[in-house]
Design a protein. Structure first.
Length: 230
């Protein structure tokens, strides 16, 4: 109804026609602000080990620390040895993710609990504040965003939400650059079909090899320039 600007009964006809499983959209899942979002226990400035982890993945830690306000955790607390990644929306930190740097954690990424977030991170996209053009690249995770930079947003995994699609529907062109795994490609194709149906030029970009996070800076910037050219 929101995307097509139509009445409920017309939306029901479309749902029946395409046998969709859409549920009512919640634009932003918000909670009453406590005044300050709590970061994981022991969060501090990144240390040498955090920066060395980023260097091994061919990132410049000093650039990322400044641009994305990265932090780190120490050896104590319930999320030790992680890079803390603040999530901003409209200039305000509303949530966070924490990335393990040891390779030993059961889960590489841990997110703030739903009751602790100012805005649900799955209701928005990572790096959205730095996407100000008419076209946008969409990737899976935060490290993929770091590889491409501005005008690139992350969906926090391959499974997008309707709220995220609603945000993307405001752009003229949307390019999905997901990993090559079948599930990721299926999700990207599905998102493109939905966005195309509401008048957005949406394309799934399949890389020759690897994933966005493994690209060189030169290749990632070349691809972005080619896709987002006027």
């Amino acid at each position: 109804m929101v995307l097509q600007q139509i009445q409920y009964h017309n939306a029901c006809k479309i749902r029946i026609q395409y046998q969709t499983d859409f549920r009512p959209i919640q634009i932003l899942k918000t909670r009453k602000s406590s005044g300050q979002l709590k970061l994981p226990m022991g969060t501090r400035k990144m240390e040498v080990r955090h920066k060395e982890y980023l260097r091994k993945r061919r990132f410049d830690p000093d650039v990322l620390e400044t641009k994305y306000n990265l932090l780190g955790t120490g050896p104590a607390g319930h999320l030790p040895h992680r890079i803390v990644i603040p999530i901003f929306y409209q200039g305000r930190m509303v949530s966070w993710q924490a990335r393990d740097i040891t390779g030993k954690a059961e889960l590489k990424y841990k997110s703030a609990s739903p009751d602790a977030e100012e805005v649900s991170h799955k209701s928005i996209l990572y790096n959205l504040d730095n996407c100000r053009g008419k076209s946008i690249l969409v990737v899976e995770g935060v490290t993929d965003v770091w590889r491409f930079g501005d005008d690139t947003a992350g969906t926090f995994g391959v499974k997008f939400t309707q709220s995220q699609l609603l945000i993307l529907s405001k752009y003229e062109q949307v390019f999905f650059v997901y990993d090559g795994e079948p599930e990721a490609q299926a999700q990207a194709e599905k998102a493109c079909r939905i966005l195309s149906g509401v008048g957005v030029v949406a394309e799934n970009v399949i890389l020759d090899k690897g994933d966005p996070g493994s690209m060189t800076d030169e290749d990632s910037q070349k691809l972005k320039t080619e896709l987002l050219k006027e």
